[in-house]
Design a binder for this molecule. Structure first.
Ligand code: M6R
Length: 548
């Protein structure tokens, strides 16, 4: 079994690497090697046979100066034991060097591709393929490059990697092969097993399998359980909803007679869901406005109106202008904002932060999910204070809210199902999303995600409206996605799906576990866990984000 050690710190790396490798000798090996970076050049020394040979060749590491390095003991799998086959392995201009434990199962296919691009191989190992792949995909960003390479490799691996452009960094990643990180005052280490680092530290972390995402949107989608929890948990205390930052007394809440929710894009879509939730729970009329419309239409804002401004960035120009207009008109404003200290956060009378953390992807996912949570909480708070919800229903809703993070995780862990469906439909040119009530709001976001991410034209339609003209666009094979999370509207939407099917549509259903008779109508179905129907958007949006 091979061994890996890596070091970065204030000491000379080579002696640390040799010492660490000696602690891994028990695993068996036939050759060993180290690569050390002195800030100018990555130097390497490898030798077949015992570690002693390498120690003598390098005068116990003295011939390889530098404070950053990686080392390896090899047990031959691909190619006989030899100096050339020993690790580390360089890319062509020696700017990237890698050590590897494990087996790359598709290395021959990858090697063929690299050879067709002009890459020359010095060894018979699968590992050299990794060095050249890193070279091929390198774009100045090691993390992005490694992630790309990982997505192309099949098999198991633990890797230690140095990049000449990044002299202060050692990269480590693993899939199905162990790798640990040790931290100490004089430097940090990576190793394939704990004994290699024990001389230097007892602070050891076990790296998670894989760990990288192909892009930020995927990463942020997977951060949703945490983002939702972080936004929710501090505002639920002893079974009640507590929003201290609301800055409104119960009496003031009771006097509010109208709410406007104003936002753009996906943030607007959360407002569309929130309208249904607010009106149902708190019995207050709610208007949802696109900020770019609101600001130019001289809206009538009666006294006792609350204007809720929703924005991830807190800087969207139309949304900010809408906020300023509402303030000019003298009504109370509340910002629901993700970026702390942003313009909307500063200018709104009160601000309720969503705790999604920085959202890097342009296509929003986790901020959208937290905006929903903030608005559910607000609606529940208003409902409780105004006495429009029973204590039993309120308690059950709190429980449903608290289950959301775990249910979102569950949906994310079954992504292969949606992925297979997406593969089949990637040639689609037009897609319709249909639903009623909250399901219509979900459809709007599903449609936006598909357009934005896959450049496929799509429309969200209130299911009952489709037959008033637009249904003529549905023909053989048109993909229609029916969203059916609202029990009271289920049969109605099913009948709209049947109308589409009679025109030749291919139907995907998105509904709650238990509604299995949908399979009599839909060609393919995705199920979401059961929740209070007011909160179904939080779950149904996940497969639609994945589909996008
Ligand atoms: O930062 P904001 O929430 O104000 O941005 C509003 C929209 O531009 C935004 O929600 C946009 O629609 C999404 N990024 C689309 O995924």
């Amino acid at each position: 079994m091979c061994g890996i050690v890596g070091y970065i710190g204030t000491c000379q790396a080579a002696p640390v690497l040799l010492d660490g490798l000696s602690k891994l000798e028990y695993r068996g090996y036939d050759s060993a090697g180290i690569a050390v970076y002195d800030g100018n050049k990555i130097q390497m020394q490898k030798a077949m046979g015992r570690l002693k040979v390498l120690e003598e060749m390098t005068q116990n590491g003295a011939t390889l100066p530098g404070t950053v390095g990686i080392g390896h003991t090899r047990w031959a799998t691909h190619g006989a034991p030899s100096d050339l086959n020993a690790h580390p392995h360089f890319n062509k201009d020696h700017s990237i060097v890698v050590v590897h434990n494990g087996i790359i199962e598709n290395y021959l296919k990858l090697k063929k591709k690299l050879m067709s691009k002009g890459y020359e191989f010095l060894s018979e190992t699968d590992t050299e393929v990794i060095a050249h792949m890193l070279d091929y995909y390198y774009n100045g960003d090691p993390l992005a490059t490694i992630t790309k390479v990982m997505h192309r490799m099949e098999g198991s691996y633990a890797l230690g990697i140095l990049f000449r452009d990044h002299p202060d960094e050692v990269y480590a990643v693993r899939k199905d092969s162990p790798l640990i990180v040790g931290t100490s005052k004089s430097g940090n280490l990576i190793a394939s097993d704990v004994p290699a680092v024990l001389k230097y530290t007892r602070d050891v972390y076990f790296l998670e399998n894989e760990g990288g995402y192909e892009h930020f949107m995927l990463k942020e989608m997977h951060e949703q359980p945490k983002a939702v929890k972080d936004t929710l948990t501090p505002r639920i205390k002893n079974g009640d909803v507590v929003i201290e930052e609301l800055g409104m007394t119960d009496e003031e809440i009771r006097t509010i007679s109208k709410i406007f929710i104003v936002a753009c894009g996906s943030a607007y879509h959360t407002g569309v869901t929130a309208k249904y939730v607010f009106e149902k729970l708190a019995r207050i009329p709610v208007e949802v406005d696109l900020a770019s419309e609101f600001r130019y239409r001289d809206p009538i804002l009666p006294e006792n109106t609350l204007v809720v401004i929703v924005s991830q960035s807190g800087e969207t120009a139309d949304t900010l202008a809408a906020l300023r207009l509402a303030k000019e008109k003298g009504v109370r404003t509340l910002g629901i904002v993700n970026v702390v200290g942003s313009s909307i956060a500063r200018e709104a009378d009160n601000v309720m932060y969503t705790w999604a953390g920085p959202e890097i992807a342009v296509a929003t996912t986790k901020a959208y999910s937290t905006q929903l949570i903030a608005q559910y909480l607000l609606a529940m708070k208003f409902a409780k204070v105004r006495g429009t919800v029973s204590q039993n229903d309120f308690d059950a809703m709190i429980q449903s809210l608290e289950r959301l993070p775990e249910q979102i995780s569950l949906l994310l862990s079954h992504k292969e199902n949606v992925q297979r469906f997406a593969n089949r439909y990637l040639a689609a040119e037009h897609v319709f999303f249909i639903g009623r009530g909250i399901d219509y709001a979900i459809s709007m976001e599903g449609s936006l995600k598909l357009k934005e991410i896959s450049y496929i034209h799509s429309e969200a339609y209130a299911a009952g409206e489709l037959k008033h003209g637009t249904i003529s666009l549905i023909e053989d094979g048109t993909l229609v996605i029916g969203v059916l999370t609202q029990p009271k509207l289920y049969e109605k939407t099913i009948s709209n799906m049947v109308e589409c099917k009679s025109r030749g549509a291919y139907l995907m259903g998105l509904t709650t576990f238990g509604n299995y008779n949908i399979e009599d109508t839909a060609d393919f179905t995705v199920y979401i866990p059961k929740t209070d129907p007011h909160f179904a958007t939080s779950l149904a949006v996940i497969p639609l984000q994945l589909l996008g």
